[in-house]
Write a protein of this length. Sequence first.
Length: 135
Amino acid sequence: MSFVTIIRDIHIARIEADVRQCWLAFHELRPHLQSEDEFVERWRKQVEEGYQIIYVKDGDKVVAAAGYRFLNTMAWGHILYIDDLVALQTSQRTDLGTLLLRHLQNEARERGCEAVHVDTGYPGCRLSTSSESCG
């Protein structure tokens, strides 16, 4: 894949069909999920807690995605918390992770957040300071 072919529009997964398109990307990050249906069921539960998914497509294929929520915490105040940040292995090092992070940072500013926190506790994440390893 080349940089030229990537359509850099960020989409919001508002309905189940959108979420299902994100399955392959999320499965790379969360291989313990056994099926697309399990992924969708977990999404349904998390949406009730404010969880949202954004994604980037190349043609008909989702190549990067992020799952996040807004939280109010004693420790950090009002924050945007990124649960999931992934680019397909074939799309890594194409700045898609950076694109998603910048979008989320802007959304956090618009919503008056004091910080953006990225959950990097999962062994499969290789997030670096430049975010190059996550897309």
